[in-house]
Design a protein around this ligand. Structure first.
Ligand code: SF4
Length: 708
């Protein structure tokens, strides 16, 4: 039977945005088992990561003391990262010394070069309270809005299009609403791997008769449950979606009343999609015109149709346009504002929704108040008692460029504070990003492992793993959920919330958050005031009682609103603005030297840059090696068999990796997960940005593959 344990602690899974509630079973100060709780997003279910991916917290490579770089040790950004040999690069320090150096170094740069010389990356893996305090520190202590996090790399384009169109960057309906849908369009998403428990709700819906339409260049597991699979050519999202919108309008299936009452700019949209008939788009996207028409009819005429999308949609130079098309499709068909309808960008990380809500983005204060809006800025200046910069800050990839800018550039970034992010693995074009990190005059990294980013730091601050702290996170369904501390951080490692406050003091800020767990409840309550428009009704006490409350939640009686846009959109006019989109090609197309398309992404067992899951015994045992997936025909053409080694090159870098056969990967393409440091997919990727969301084009660049 199950092991007898010392205690159980209720919390939230630290991995994906589904937000499964868990119970940790603790024995001898170690987690020995995790069970699924009856949370609103998971109903007792967990995927393999949630169930078995907990022992990273106990890994011997955990950072347990502050480290400072030894004098004269170069920042070798091209060399291997060897966490076990850390003594060659760093020496141990006391917290006093480390904090003095960490904050002192940043302060000296700010005083010498001005506030724009500094930047901060927070984390979508941290709590809302950590995100809130971190952005407050950058805005009030560093003195600029140069603060961002990995939302820039996942749904920034979705958020740009949603804010522009419907006035809110969050989902309109929870995933579980697929239970009420007749048609479920899953586009650019591999939910079985990336949102596994959410995928179970989709499969259940298909079982009871809902029609899943999978639209994706890669046919993944969810395709087995689909009514139609649109395996369109990579990069042709706008062609496919405009053809669907064209069909709806041309065949008289548009919801005229909904458009009249609730939409703006319909004429321009209608004019624009005229040129995008399915017949004209079929040769481009590779989907027969009849199939496109059939899907458009089904979507428009169903009682309820819902769209869920992932990074396959967002990570393009036309990511914002892709999402504009999705908004238009849902609007012209009137499939918004009821159960089983709406728009759901599936959030990647456990708290990417919450971190963005809390203001961990360069153009907005908490709750999406624009920094260049005088009224919003005045409110926050009064609330925080300090003057604020009115210029939006730089985004993740821009900050890396600014780190390598000329000495003469007044906005050259010279010092950074990075909490829980690993841009040396997650950024595009890693040779550039790693060089940028190494070039900083002062880099402070706060993390639980000596990550590839921490390896380049001047000061490393040992932080706490998720089960070692209490805090709230907000999942893809807009549920604010409470994680409770189950363990004590090892050695001298400290809660992140405490470290951020020490850094703030070091930067000269007089902060005073009292109470248990580094004052987490006090921080939350301050954040609640700044975000009253979303979470006024969710007090810390209520979170402690209920564990999960959905926002918008505007009063203590408000049960929370899982479905929004029922009567109006949160825009000044109450209407959705339709934005026509045209085809923009990928930044880098295949050619004779680099004939294949590289698509990057994730796999079920490994999480993002692998810092946690590759240190998790069960998960690492299932998927221990970096692989690249190709269609069987493509492997044959290259003279490769599954398991063979291949070199994959792009204009920016090269990796060596074993190949695997996956006939769901389109011919002419390669798929690689980005979790493996020994074959880092992002050495190959292109840093070209979507002009609106500033998201890089992770889903398309040109590579060559050769057997070795
Ligand atoms: Fe954790 Fe996501 Fe898996 Fe749920 S589906 S257990 S939140 S990784």
């Amino acid at each position: 039977g199950p092991q007898k344990v010392d205690r159980t602690v209720d919390s939230v899974c630290p991995f994906c945005g589904v937000g499964c509630l868990v119970t940790y079973h603790v024995k001898d100060e170690k987690i020995v088992r995790v069970d699924g709780r009856d949370g609103p997003a998971n109903r007792g279910r967990l995927c393999v990561k949630g169930r078995f991916g907990f022992d990273y917290a106990h890994h011997p490579q955990r950072l347990t003391v502050p480290l400072v770089r030894k004098p004269g040790v170069p920042k070798d950004w091209q060399g291997a990262v060897r966490p076990e040999d850390w003594r060659e690069v760093f020496r141990e320090a006391t917290w006093d010394e480390a904090l003095q150096r960490a904050a002192g170094g940043l302060r000296a740069l700010r005083d010498a070069h001005g506030p724009k010389a500094l930047a901060g990356f927070g984390s979508a893996k941290g709590s809302n309270e950590e995100a809130y305090l971190f952005q407050k520190l950058v805005r009030t202590g560093f003195g600029s809005n140069n603060v961002d996090h990995c939302t820039r790399l996942c749904h920034a384009s979705s958020v740009a299009a949603l804010l522009e169109g419907v006035g809110s960057g969050a989902v309109s309906n929870p995933v579980s609403d697929v239970a009420h849908a007749e048609v479920i369009l899953v586009i650019g998403s591999n939910p079985t791997s990336n949102h596994p428990v959410a995928a179970t709700w989709m499969k259940n819906a298909a079982r009871r008769g809902a029609k899943i339409v999978l639209a994706d260049p890669r046919v993944t597991d969810i395709g087995r449950h689909a009514w139609r699979v649109l395996q369109f050519r990579p990069d042709t999202d706008v062609a496919v979606l405009n053809a669907l919108i064209h069909t709806v309008i041309e065949e008289g299936l548009a919801d005229e009343a909904f458009i009249r009452d609730r939409a703006l700019n319909y004429e321009a949209l209608r004019e624009n999609v005229r040129a995008y008939s399915p017949e004209a788009m079929a040769p481009l996207c590779g989907i027969p015109a009849d199939t496109l028409r059939e899907v458009a009819r089904a979507f428009a005429t169903a009682k309820a149709s819902m769209v869920l999308w992932g990074m396959g949609v967002s990570q393009h130079v036309h990511g914002t346009d892709n999402v504009r098309c999705l908004i238009a499709l849902a609007t012209v068909t009137g499939q918004i504002g009821r159960p089983g309808t709406g728009l759901h960008p599936l959030r990647g990380q456990n708290n990417v929704q919450g971190a963005s809500d809390a203001g961990l983005i360069p153009m907005m204060f908490p709750n999406y108040q624009r920094v260049d809006n005088a009224e919003a800025r005045a409110w926050f200046e009064q609330f925080w008692g300090l003057p604020l910069d009115d210029a939006p800050g730089y985004t993740v990839v821009e900050i890396m460029h600014k780190a390598l800018a000329d000495e003469a550039d007044p906005h050259k970034v010279r010092g950074m504070y990075i909490m829980g992010e690993n841009p040396a693995m997650s950024d595009p074009d890693l040779n550039h990003a790693r060089q940028a990190l190494a070039s900083l005059a002062h880099l402070v990294v706060q993390d639980i492992f000596l990550t590839e980013t921490a390896w380049l730091a001047d000061v490393v601050l040992p932080a706490s793993a998720w089960p070692e702290k209490t805090g709230s996170v907000s999942n893809t369904d807009r549920m604010v959920q409470l994680g409770r501390r189950a363990l004590t951080p090892p050695g001298d490692a400290r809660p992140d919330l405490w470290i951020v406050q020490q850094m703030a003091k070091g930067m000269g800020l007089a902060w005073d958050y009292e109470g248990a767990e580094a004052g987490v409840a006090a921080v939350y309550e301050e954040m609640r005031q700044a975000m009253a428009g979303a979470i006024a009704g969710i007090s810390w006490d209520r979170l402690e009682r209920e564990s999960s409350v959905t926002y918008p939640c505007l009063s203590v009686e408000d049960p929370g609103q899982p479905i929004v846009f029922t009567e109006r959109f949160p825009t000044p006019t109450g209407r959705v603005t339709l934005v026509p989109a045209d085809i923009i090609p990928a930044d880098e197309r295949p050619d004779a030297d680099y004939p294949l398309v590289l698509i990057t992404g994730r796999q079920l067992e490994h999480w993002h840059t692998g810092s946690m899951t590759r240190r998790s015994a069960v998960l690492d045992a299932i998927e221990p090696h970096a692989t690249a997936s190709l269609h069987g025909d493509e492997l044959a053409r290259l003279g490769l068999a599954p398991g063979d080694w291949a070199a994959i090159r792009s204009r920016r870098g090269a990796v060596q990796v074993r190949v695997r056969r996956d006939d769901g990967t389109p011919r002419g393409a390669v798929f690689m997960p980005f979790a493996y440091v020994e074959a880092a997919a992002n050495l190959l990727t292109n840093a070209a940005l979507d002009p609106f969301g500033k998201i890089p084009e992770f889903k398309y660049c040109a590579v060559a593959v050769r057997g070795i």
